[in-house]
Design a protein. Structure first.
Ligand code: 13P
Length: 341
């Protein structure tokens, strides 16, 4: 029996559980492994992802779904168990990154267009067969004095909507991810500019989603928070939360079941503090949770260091961040809880 899109979407965001974004491309995971002087091979990538997916207690309690890279969707743990089975056994849903990356956009210097639409219908059928029940596509919007341009926002929003339609046709819930970069170049914009750009981007995205007849009940939005550039961080936790909530209320229809933020280069604790503030004191029409990559994994990679004897330490680090973000999704995270670990 095929599940309904809206039921899968709710499962992805309900109960203050969130998504583990473990869909680093081969090039990106290499950068992460470089920080611990580990060579990226099919085996080291497998060992690392196995560490995460076998953090059983955290996976069961705090993680609703895992975004995988194609290699991992079809990969097996060291003992031969498919990763998809391990994820499902923990009560979590396997998902898949389906875009093929943000490429330089012709005639738009400094901006990118995300690729991957050609052949997507056929790939989605294969991913569904392999167990994926949701997908992710990331459009990237850079901020500078002159950027973003309308042309780039429009093209990326259009691609997001075309991707979302193909996903829904394939009974796969699309995560629609328009990321407004905080850590791009020059990274010196203030939070007011982030607010304006994020508002316009989300308006454009939802306009495209409407024009392409996307069923809002069967999708998840993965936005960036409204936050100042990485080289100009000044805004308080409260200000980030207030401006983020304001923009989301102005642009995201309440028919969308859930919003799952990306961390985008925020520190681990910032990403958690902001999510908790967003979930405190506002009455919101959506489930609001996390879909973090770096903010869930940085500590785990460091604690593991690529060494067998450190697997348990890596798992403890991952479990801790997952628990903190679960509390943040309930609005009940406190700074003191970080010290306890
Ligand atoms: P970060 O949380 O590290 O930004 O990654 C989330 C993600 O999936 C980006 O596409």
């Amino acid at each position: 029996m095929s599940e309904r899109l809206e039921d899968i979407a709710v499962k992805m965001v309900a109960g203050a559980r969130g998504l583990l974004a473990a869909d680093e491309s081969t090039a990106t995971i290499k950068k992460r492994f470089d920080t611990i002087d580990l060579v990226s091979t099919e085996e080291s990538r497998r060992d690392y992802r196995e560490l995460l997916f076998r953090t059983d207690d955290a996976m069961k309690k705090y993680i609703s779904g895992v975004i995988l890279y194609e290699e991992t969707l079809f990969q097996k743990a060291a003992d031969g168990t498919p990763f998809v089975d391990i994820i499902r056994a923990a009560g979590s849903i396997p998902g898949i990154k389906v875009d093929t990356g943000a490429k330089p956009m012709t005639y738009f210097p400094g901006e990118t267009i995300t690729e991957g639409l050609d052949g997507l219908r056929e790939r989605l059928a294969k991913y569904y067969e392999a167990g994926a029940r949701f997908a992710k596509w990331r459009g990237v919007i850079a901020i500078s004095d002159k950027l973003p341009t309308y042309g780039s926002i429009k093209a990326n929003a259009h691609a997001l909507a075309r991707y979302a339609a193909l996903c829904q046709e394939a009974k796969i819930v699309p995560i629609v991810e328009p990321e407004v970069l905080m850590d791009g170049e020059p990274g010196t914009h203030d939070i007011a500019r982030s607010e304006d750009v994020t508002r316009f981007v989300l308006q454009t995205v939802f306009q495209e989603l409407a024009e392409q007849r996307i069923q809002l009940e069967g999708m998840i939005l993965k936005p960036s928070m409204v936050i100042d550039g990485k080289k100009a961080r000044k805004a308080s936790v409260e200000e980030v939360a207030e401006r983020t909530v304001k923009v989301l209320r102005q642009t995201v229809p309440s028919a969308v079941p859930g919003i799952a933020f990306l961390s985008g280069g925020q520190s681990n604790e910032e990403a958690t503090a902001h999510l908790s503030a967003i979930n405190t004191g506002f009455s919101l029409p959506w489930h609001v949770t996390f879909s973090y990559g770096r903010a869930l994994q940085d500590m785990a990679i460091k604690a593991w260091g690529g060494k067998k004897e450190n697997v348990a330490a890596g798992q403890r680090a991952f479990a801790h961040r997952a628990e903190m973000n679960h509390l943040a999704a309930k609005g009940s995270w406190k700074k003191e809880l970080e010290k306890a670990a």
